[in-house]
Write a protein that binds this ligand. Sequence first.
Ligand code: NDP
Length: 276
Amino acid sequence: MSAPDLYAVFGNPIAHSRSPAIHAAFAAATGEDLRYEARLAPLAGFAGAIAEFVAAGGRGANVTVPFKEEACRLSNRLSERAARAGAVNTLTFSDGEICGDNTDGVGLVQDIAGNLGFPLSGRRILLLGAGGAARGAIAPLLAAKPASLHIANRSADKALALADLFADIAPVTTSNFAELTGKCFDLVINATSASLAGENLPLPEDLFAAGALAYDMMYGKGETPFLHWARIQGAARRADGLGMLVEQAAEAFRIWRGKRPDTAPVLAELRRQLTS
Ligand code: NDP
């Protein structure tokens, strides 16, 4: 019997990663024979860790903090969405080539429009943050044809620079947080890392339109600071980023194995583990 195909997620730190459990569940459900590991790459040794993995027969890899931009530079070929994002979270190794893709943004859109049943077309969207996660989300969000997309960031110049990169797709407006006063949105996505530090964003009141969804890319046990604030502010619907995590993994699995697994049972099990 031949050895299972080898995949891994590379990050630093990596011990917390739920990707091995997610991909093991996808493999079991689809009957794919693969092994998926979490691998710690040294901060200054990402390229070496990937080379070693490829030499050992690795077929593909996911990439997480802080290596997504380095993975983009390491790729010989990039998908359009990875080139737009300037960041890669999915690598495929074949015929001596490293192909880079970015599935974070489609994972986000799939979670919001699919799992949460919140269509994006015609909506006024506010994206908070201008880091890697925000950058990966912009093209997929614009592809869903919202009425408008506004990016607000602590450093407004970064938001402006980001909007410029996508100006050929659609106009994107930008500001700092204070300048959001008086504006109103159907969907507010938190792509800052403020929740990770348990911090609240200095956002004005009345940002949420009737029926609005507040979405935090971060997830964890209990309510995130952003979702707590959104509830107090009266956001009709609130969701964390666990579904985005599972959906970006499903898209990576599809790229590697040609099959898109059913995400619902995997998401339900992860949610159960997180809340129990
Ligand atoms: P980056 O470090 O690239 O960007 C961080 C962003 O957060 C910047 O816009 C930064 O603003 C802003 N920020 C950080 N601290 C604060 C603060 N105290 N107040 C206001 N703004 C702040 O991070 P990523 O883009 O990679 O990740 C962002 C979040 O998305 C993380 O919580 C991460 O866990 C989550 N994520 C979730 C995924 C999922 O699958 N669910 C996938 C990827 C990311 P400034 O530019 O001013 O410094």
